[in-house]
Ligand binder design. Structure first.
Ligand SMILES: Nc1ncnc2c1ncn2[C@@H]1O[C@H](COP(=O)(O)OP(=O)(O)OP(=O)(O)O)[C@@H](O)[C@H]1O
Ligand code: SF4
Ligand SMILES: [Mg+2]
Length: 348
């Protein structure tokens, strides 16, 4: 990945920051979310647990339709879960009303996938970045303060002061995404949910935007939930990773543990299909075929939901749901757990 960011913000980039789990910033437990009715009911997110520490980046990976964005919408308070709890700094955001709800909304922001569609073409960069202050008027009450802060935010994301009065169509895709990031930062959030923030960008520009996000975390201590189907991007940015398949987190752990020694066959297959990554958890010299289509969410396979595509599948996999298995749990009790749902996990 490129290290140089044009107009780069100053300050040391210390790389990945370990989250503290004494009190996680975000604590998601058993969250389930379904859509539709009767036979046309599908469970997009099925009993998911997630934690994000202060200043930590959690990567969320999985194929299209596995429930990443639905989970993100629950975390953002845009969808109410059918079951389970969301705690943000110990508070359930779905119980908040009025001023408390407004105060919470400040703390959790979003960066969208498509910097072309997500910015209003008729607003200047300064107006786009400052728009959240219209709702949260108390933050920067005077026009002078707002103008000064817009310039600071532009500089923070590697844009120039002279960019303040330009319009979205005058920027490149990477620059537009920087505006999206500056806008997400306007309310000084604790958590930013980034849903495929670089997938619409060229590879070289992806690296620049990832560096901006990474530097902001170091400078501001902000946490991210970082959603992507691109494993190399997730590996680059994440401290911990959760891998989703058909609505469930089937493996999670520290990014290096999950990527260097996947324990779930699905993770290993995903990595095998990703040309830019090594697959040390795969059988030596073999490429693992991720064959077949993802099953319809209306007809989730019995037992292990990955069994219709798994090269290790055995009769037990169809008969019973796989248990949670942990790797090296006893070797180092202080280490982040590395767990997966599988009857026959890989050896690593
Ligand atoms: N509002 C909705 N009504 C009905 N079904 C929905 C709704 N939102 C999502 N779904 C379904 O829930 C499942 C999960 O969708 P989601 O958008 O969360 O997946 P995703 O992992 O973000 O996929 P992608 O990588 O393509 O963005 C899909 O089967 C989708 O069709
Ligand atoms: S439980 Fe069976 S089918 Fe499922 S991932 Fe493990 S080995 Fe494959
Ligand atoms: Mg999505």
């Amino acid at each position: 990945m490129a290290e140089n960011v044009p107009g780069k913000v100053s300050g040391k980039v210390s790389g990945k920051v370990s989250g503290s789990f004494g009190t996680p910033l975000l604590d998601v437990r058993g969250v389930t979310k379904s859509f539709g009715h009767g036979r046309r009911r599908l469970t997009a997110v099925d009993g998911v647990d997630l934690r994000v520490g202060h200043g930590e980046t959690l990567g969320l990976v999985g194929e299209s339709g596995c429930g990443k964005s639905t989970l993100a919408r629950v975390v953002l308070g845009l969808e109410r879960p059918d079951a389970g709890t969301v705690r943000f700094d110990g508070t359930d955001p779905f119980t908040l009303k009025g001023r408390e709800l407004l105060a919470w909304r400040r703390r959790v922001q979003m960066v969208f996938q498509d910097p072309f569609a997500s910015l209003n073409a008729r607003m200047s960069a300064a107006d786009l970045i400052g728009e959240p202050w219209r709702t949260h008027r108390d933050i920067l009450p005077t026009a002078r303060e707002r103008e000064r802060r817009v310039l600071e935010l532009l500089s923070l994301v590697g844009l120039r002061e002279s960019d303040a009065h330009r319009y979205p169509n005058e920027f490149s895709g990477g620059q537009r995404q920087r505006i999206g990031i500056a806008r997400a930062l306007a309310l000084e959030p604790d958590l930013i949910v980034c849903d495929e923030p670089v997938s619409a960008l060229d590879l070289s520009v992806q690296a620049q935007v990832l560096n901006v996000l990474s530097e902001l975390r170091t400078r501001l201590g902000v946490s991210y939930v970082f959603i992507s189907h691109d494993l190399s991007v997730v590996r680059y940015i994440s401290d911990r990773v959760a891998v989703m398949y058909l609505g469930k987190v089937i493996e999670h752990g520290r990014a290096d543990d999950v990527f260097d020694r996947p324990l779930h066959p699905y993770t290993a297959a995903l990595m095998s299909a990703a040309p830019r990554l090594d697959v040390s958890g795969a059988p030596p010299g073999e490429e693992i075929a991720l064959y077949g289509e993802i099953p319809s969410p209306y007809g989730i396979p019995s037992g292990c939901r990955f069994r219709t595509r798994c090269w290790k599948s055995e009769p037990r996999c169809a008969a019973t749901a796989p248990p949670a298995v942990a790797r090296d749990a006893t070797a180092d009790p202080g280490r982040e757990p590395h767990e997966g749902l599988c009857h026959f996990p890989l050896d690593g």
